[in-house]
Design a protein around this ligand. Structure first.
Ligand code: SF4
Length: 91
């Protein structure tokens, strides 16, 4: 599944505010040794919290400032504190 197809299914009430919607959407799925550039984009996004919750089960790409490995480690239903800490450490 590409990010483009994923974003098309995002809830319309926040997807129109997505910063990445104005970019090449597949860019958010390119892991070139890390997702640091994509994460910087997410940190400026007004819907980062909604995107993170929405993308918790996504196995690929950057969602709400989190990598696939971070989402796996956080597990569904956990709070965001651990993820926020990881974001600040990696940038
Ligand atoms: S948080 Fe990141 S992946 Fe999610 S909508 Fe915003 S820019 Fe796109």
């Amino acid at each position: 599944m590409s990010l483009g197809s994923s974003l098309l299914s995002l809830p319309p009430e926040w997807s129109d505010q997505a910063v990445c919607a104005t970019t090449d959407l597949d860019y958010m799925f390119r892991d070139n040794g890390g997702y640091a550039p994509q994460r910087r984009l997410c940190l400026s996004c007004p819907v980062i919290d909604q995107c993170y919750e929405y993308g918790l089960d996504e196995k690929h790409g950057m969602w709400g400032g989190s990598t696939p490995g971070e989402r796996w480690a956080a597990g569904r239903g956990r709070g965001r504190r651990g993820i926020d800490f990881d974001i600040q450490e990696e940038i």
